[in-house]
Design a binder for this molecule. Structure first.
Ligand SMILES: *Cc1c(COP(=O)(O)O)cnc(C)c1O
Length: 379
């Protein structure tokens, strides 16, 4: 079976984790800082706050903005549920803008149409690892005084007009889930250039507890600490961070391998009837978290089942968030407001892509996909 994605863990990774497990600190020790500095060095971001998941990172990013209740946050419907859920955790309302046809990223023109008096932030997702139209999104944000959050869970290692993703929005979100570019098992981070946001993010990661503010319990109260915001326990452990550090050393290698496989797919799918390969803008470096194609004239569920029967794992990224029962029950989003998302969702399928895949496996995927399309077209 060729899965749609998987982690790459080697002996160096295992050794690094084992060493931390034998040390004094297995959590909240030196490896957390080291990992954060490593992420900053790689992305060019000024500050990083590592947490226990990408979802927690989204949650504290929105909480750090301290928005009034009922604020609207514009995001894409073609993403993981966590993007809209994070708005809800914080008393905000997710508002969906439709996507662009070519990259499946949020459409800046539709962002403009969705802005109201209550809009406070834009949370854009670099779908599949292709950076959004960040220049245009930032212009809109400046014009309307909105915060920008870049969900770069797919895009670690990507570049937009020669600049690495990581310092291009007010905050950038990363995930270290096993299918992502580097893994810590579970894990995530918020990157920011802004001192105030950075300080709040650090507090929100650990209960809102501030040790520098302890003197209110007495001038020499060495035992004291204060709690100044309503935070949570979103801490990540040292043995996870040392795994992240070890993975970070191989990140360029991983991204390059993902690019090589994607190029192979693009070449092999060129001109194939029934399968539309994805497109990349010339001014970005793609991080290729996933490789998705659009099926033409072929039933997607039948394609999924046959690929599986031939030993190839595929997936669908994503079911549009407004279709979920929870969102149907609590909001009145209309499918007809998102025609491009609807069309893409009806035909999209994710093919296997991960760094340890070899060229022969990539060929097997393409040959099998072509065979399945032909079989289904004959029916
Ligand atoms: C993976 C992912 C997340 C959430 O990350 P977790 O670490 O699984 O919580 C959020 N947004 C997108 C786009 C993702 O792909």
């Amino acid at each position: 079976m060729i899965p749609y994605g998987r982690q790459s863990i080697d002996e160096d990774d295992i050794k690094a984790v084992t060493e931390v497990l034998k040390s004094d600190f297995i959590t909240t020790g030196p490896k957390v800082d080291e990992f954060e500095r490593g992420i900053c060095r790689y992305t060019g971001a000024k500050h990083a706050v590592a947490v226990n998941s990408g979802t927690s990172a989204l949650d504290i990013a929105i909480q750090a903005l301290q928005l009034p209740p009922g604020s609207e946050i514009i995001t894409t419907p073609l993403t993981f549920a966590a993007d809209a859920n994070a708005a809800l955790y914080n008393g905000c309302k997710p508002v969906f803008a439709d996507i662009s046809w070519d990259t499946r990223n949020i459409d800046p023109a539709d962002i403009r149409r969705k802005i109201t008096k209550k809009t406070r932030a834009i949370n854009f997702v670099d779908y599949a690892g292709h950076p959004c139209e960040i220049g245009e999104i930032r212009e809109i944000a400046e014009e309307y005084g909105l915060y920008t959050i870049e969900d770069a869970c797919h895009a670690l290692g990507a570049e937009y007009r020669g600049k690495k993703v990581g310092s291009l929005a007010d905050m950038t979100i990363l995930s270290f889930h096993p299918v992502k570019h580097i893994t810590t098992g579970e894990g995530g981070a918020v990157l920011t250039e802004n001192e105030d946001l950075y300080n709040r993010l650090k507090l929100l990661r650990t209960h809102g507890i501030d040790r520098s503010n302890a003197t209110q319990f007495g001038p020499k109260a060495g035992w004291a600490y204060d709690m100044i915001m309503l935070g949570r326990n979103y801490r990540i452990t040292d043995f996870q961070c040392v795994l992240g550090l070890s993975q970070l050393r191989k990140l360029d290698e991983f991204v390059n391998r993902r690019n090589a496989i994607a190029k192979q797919y693009n070449d092999l799918f060129a001109g194939v009837d029934g399968i539309e390969a994805p497109k990349t803008k010339p001014y970005v470096k793609h991080a290729w978290h996933i490789y998705t194609v659009l099926l033409d004239g072929v039933d997607r569920t039948a394609f999924y089942d046959r690929m599986r029967a031939y030993g190839i794992g595929t997936n669908v990224h994503y079911i549009p968030i407004y279709k979920f029962t929870y969102y149907r029950k609590h909001f009145r989003f209309l499918d007809t407001d998102y025609p491009i998302t609807e069309d893409v969702f009806s035909r999209i399928i994710t093919l296997p892509l991960y760094p340890t895949m070899d060229d022969a496996q990539a060929h097997t995927v393409v040959d099998t996909a072509k065979k399945v399309v032909q079989e289904l077209k004959k029916r």
